[in-house]
Design a protein around this ligand. Structure first.
Ligand code: AHR
Length: 500
């Protein structure tokens, strides 16, 4: 007996939001220095941008990049990273116990984003700072000229305004670890006032209020209710952040991480809609899932330096991802797409070196981690509208989430009738035969079918061997309007079908 998926072209959830394929660059570890930026590297351009990294960023298909943090932003003085590089101050970065040399700042990021072809998404510091500095930064970015900050930008060579649309009002302000963490009421008031003032300068902005740093936060739910009660009319999005990892060898629960992400999004949307109803509002607040990934926070790689050691760009959060991690990343993307009606932006945290799909060696190569592949293939092929699939499959027991379906899947259908199907098999010990009922779609043929799996789901790519395990062809046939294929244990697959 195979599991069955039924594909109904009428069951459309919403158009794919291209911003769901966003990522995140923080001044943390080697995310920027020896990541994006390494003057003197053989592949660096005249500005110090690593072109090997830029090539991989384009291949990854990232659409939006959030910057400059993260916890870093809550102590950051954005203007330190502007003006002549030789005159920029070195500062302590309290979030990551590092030294920030400020060689790379706002103008460098905007030039890098332009080179990478991504939309910038900026965060303002609402930890140590407030409305005034947020306005200064906005003036610097979006005002054409004739004012103090816009003229400073022009003096640096950027004669055109950057026109940044999407802005995060602080970062994880619910987290006790955050510099300047606030109560929900305090933050909600500050977010509301900051947003109102920013819109007075530029009414085209799309603004993101901080939601919870995780659905396990003690204030989750109530935080969003209070923040949105204060700031509903002033913002467009509420953020969500979630990191997952395998705990104590419990691979089955780890592979079901999407169950938690579904719960998180469902609760967040319900809370936002409660505030909408209670306040008699008409507009809806969307979700910006602007930090998500696999992250092994308890490992030594994530322990910041301490004491008198304040290094520049230390190796931090440099997780090495295996095949199971990549299956989870692919599964989380399925989940984000399934919520396309409300999750209209998302950022894989992060992009280079720091819990990242792209790794670099200083002076050496840039290479792809396992997690690169499901992201790149989903970003490339998810087009048109997201379809709600009916999935009938067995369940398996997990310690963290109880019984969960062995499969998770989503599909997109574009204007030319091309269907992209994304599937994971959570079974750790057996393959799963799958039949997809396509009869509602009309005649299709398989154009491409690839699977990511390995007999050892613990296999990780390295700089020396980044490609022994990558997506490989998956055998799939269509007979009488039914697509047949078999998902290996612990696997992620993408199948693209086009009209005959
Ligand atoms: O992405 C790493 C960190 O995780 C970010 O700085 C912070 O926002 C989150 O806690």
């Amino acid at each position: 007996m195979s599991s069955t998926i039924t594909c109904d072209p009428g069951a459309r959830i919403a158009p794919v939001a291209q911003r769901v394929f966003g990522s995140f660059v923080e001044h943390l570890g080697r995310g920027v220095y020896t990541g994006l930026y390494e003057p003197g590297h053989p592949r660096a351009d005249a500005r110090g941008f690593r072109t090997d990294v830029l090539d991989l960023v384009r291949e990854l298909g990232v659409t939006t990049v959030r910057y400059p943090g993260g916890n870093f932003v809550s102590g950051y003085r954005w203007e330190d990273g502007t003006g002549p590089v030789a005159q920029r101050p070195r500062r302590l970065d309290l979030a990551w116990h590092s030294t920030e040399p400020n060689e790379f700042g706002l103008d460098e990021f905007m030039a890098w984003a332009h080179a990478a072809g991504v939309e910038p998404m900026l965060a303002v510091n609402l930890g140590t700072r407030g409305i005034e500095q947020a306005l200064d930064m906005l003036e610097y970015c979006n005002i054409a000229g004739g004012t103090a900050w816009s003229d400073r930008r022009r003096a640096g060579g950027a004669t055109q305004p950057y026109g940044v649309r999407m802005w995060c009002l602080g970062n994880e302000m619910d987290g006790p670890w955050q510099i300047g963490a606030r109560t929900a009421h305090e933050y909600g008031r500050l977010a509301s006032r900051t947003a109102k003032a920013m819109r007075m300068m530029d009414p085209r902005l799309e603004l993101v209020a901080c939601g919870s740093s995780g659905s396990g936060m003690p204030t989750f739910g109530e935080w969003e209710r209070e923040v949105l009660t204060q700031a509903y009319d002033d913002v467009d999005f509420v953020s969500a952040h979630a990191y997952y990892c395998e705990h104590d060898g419990d691979l089955a629960s780890f592979l079901a991480s999407g169950v938690n992400m579904d719960y998180f999004i469902d609760c967040l949307v319900a809370t936002a809609d409660h505030v909408r109803a209670a306040g008699k509002k008409t507009k809806r607040i969307d979700v910006s899932f602007d930090e998500w990934n696999v992250w092994y926070q308890h490992r030594a790689e994530s322990v910041p330096p301490s004491g008198d050691d304040w290094p520049v760009a230390p190796r931090l959060l440099e997780d090495r991802y295996n095949v199971a991690d990549a299956v989870v990343v692919g599964g989380l993307l399925i989940c984000l797409l399934r919520h396309a009606d409300r999750v209209r932006a998302a950022c894989l945290a992060q992009l280079v070196n720091v819990i990242a799909p792209i790794m670099t060696e200083p002076g050496g190569p840039a290479w792809r981690q396992t997690t690169f592949h499901p992201f790149a293939l989903t970003a490339r092929h998810a087009r048109g509208d997201v379809l709600n699939l009916s999935v009938r499959c067995p369940e398996l027991a997990t310690a963290a989430f109880g019984d969960v379906p062995v499969l998770d899947a989503v599909a997109t259908l574009d204007d030319d009738g091309a269907l992209a199907l994304f599937v994971i098999n959570r079974r750790t010990d057996a393959a799963e035969p799958v039949t997809v009922d396509l009869r509602g779609l009309g005649g299709h043929r398989v154009e491409q079918a690839v699977v990511l799996s390995n007999p050892d789901p613990g296999w990780s790519a390295t700089a020396a061997d980044p490609s022994s395990v990558g997506p490989r062809p998956l055998t799939a046939q269509i007979e009488d309007g039914h697509l047949h294929f078999t998902m290996p244990a612990v696997s992620w697959a993408m199948l693209r079908l086009v009209r005959e």
